[in-house]
Design a protein around this ligand. Structure first.
Ligand SMILES: *Cc1c(COP(=O)(O)O)cnc(C)c1O
Length: 373
């Protein structure tokens, strides 16, 4: 029996009947684009985030892009982005015509290093995008303080952090807004592309809503050129079935993380993930570090255990951003991470036996390795 990195089938089985009814209702009502099911999910997700507004959009990348555009970010502006994240964080900046400036990450939490943010800040900076990478909240108090001092918008990339908290507060209590992805493999995943912008600023929410719908509020009253990036009804209805379960699923992810911690934390050459002070981690991914990462990954694969690498190349070193001419010395932490990080299977339905099997395989490998040296 192989153990996948993520098992969407296991989750679907537990909600199949409700999903079928929800999807049939949307089709019966022809409520395909925005409409009542999208509006209902937006209200439910805003409540879940303890925020005033949620605007459903086409995907998480667009959530970031539309938030930046709505805040007036564009050509000539710079947006501060962590060096280790999914490429979409930087791509959203590039799409607006602004330029991303990269910031190294903290070696223990993997999120934007506030000290390096101060070092890398340029006068043209208009916004900062802290990423709650792997489900671990960024250092929001420090980043908000830096942003206030330098008059930056704080657009949080919460694509991996549905339900995460910082110092006991919901993420929406910090910064300017939170951008979510509901890509199928995320902690709250649709069955296609979907995203959302969550904020307490009703004016910002309205601007995002207009931009995402051809620059209009009235049917043919287009105030400015926008784009087409709307939440569709089927995805919204599916998300409404899943949302009431999210807290339980998060609790299960935390339980899995505890089992992993107990199983791998003391092993030679394995570094288990650290949870920073005040971080309400939601474990989108459980990421260990190992200097012989590729050999460990192969050994696990031979035993039917999948693993992932998030991410094999830090964003400044990708071909897409090669024109910026960055070297490893610019982002030493992100550069070291890219050859060491290994994501272990993580999903709410993983059971204790499976985690024990994974930990035993890692233990055998790590102790065998220690014996060789
Ligand atoms: C998934 C993800 C995105 C993009 O979301 P999409 O819905 O796939 O466009 C952005 N940032 C991070 C950190 C992500 O993990």
């Amino acid at each position: 029996m192989t153990i996948p990195l993520v098992d969407l089938t296991a989750q679907r089985r537990t909600i199949q009947t409700e999903l079928d009814a929800a999807m049939q209702a949307v089709i019966r009502d022809n409520a395909f684009i925005q409409g009542p099911y999208a509006a209902t999910f937006e209200r439910e997700f805003a409540d879940f985030c303890q925020a005033r507004c949620c605007v459903g959009v086409g995907n998480g990348t667009d959530a970031l892009y539309l938030a930046l555009r709505a805040l007036g970010v564009g050509p000539g502006d710079t947006v501060m982005v962590p060096a280790m994240t999914f490429v979409a964080t930087a791509e959203a900046v590039t799409l607006t015509g602004a330029t991303p400036a990269f910031v190294d990450v903290d070696p223990s939490t993997f999120t934007m290093d506030p000290d390096d943010l101060c070092r890398k800040l340029v006068p043209s900076a208009k916004a900062v995008i802290p990423v709650h990478l792997y489900g671990h909240p960024a250092s929001m108090e420090e980043i908000d303080a830096i942003a206030r001092e330098h008059e930056l918008f704080v657009v949080q990339d919460a694509a991996q952090a549905h339900g995460a908290t910082f110092q006991g507060h919901p993420l929406a209590a910090f910064g300017t807004c939170c951008c979510y992805s509901f890509y199928p493999g995320k902690n709250l995943g649709a069955y296609g592309d979907a995203g959302g912008v969550v904020t307490n600023d009703a004016v910002l929410a309205e601007q995002v809503r207009k931009l995402a719908n051809h620059g209009r509020t009235a049917k043919y009253g287009h105030d400015f050129p926008g784009v087409n990036s709307r939440l569709d009804g089927l995805q919204a209805a599916i998300l409404s079935v899943k949302l009431p379960r999210l807290d339980l699923w998060t609790a299960s992810r935390r339980q899995v993380a505890d089992w992993y911690d107990a199983g791998v934390a003391a092993l030679p050459d394995i570094v288990a993930p650290v949870t920073g002070p005040g971080a309400g981690h939601v474990y989108h991914l459980y990421v260990i570090q190992c200097r012989k990462r590729d050999a460990l990954k192969r050994s696990l694969a031979e035993q039917g255990i999948a693993s992932g690498i998030h991410y094999p190349t830090a964003v400044p070193f990708l071909p897409a951003y090669a024109n910026m001419n960055h070297g490893p010395e610019d982002f030493p932490v992100a550069h070291a991470m890219q050859s060491r990080v290994l994501s272990l299977p993580m999903y709410p339905e993983l059971d204790e036996m499976q985690v024990a099997r994974i930990c035993a395989a890692i233990t055998d490998w790590a102790t065998g390795l220690a014996g060789e040296e």
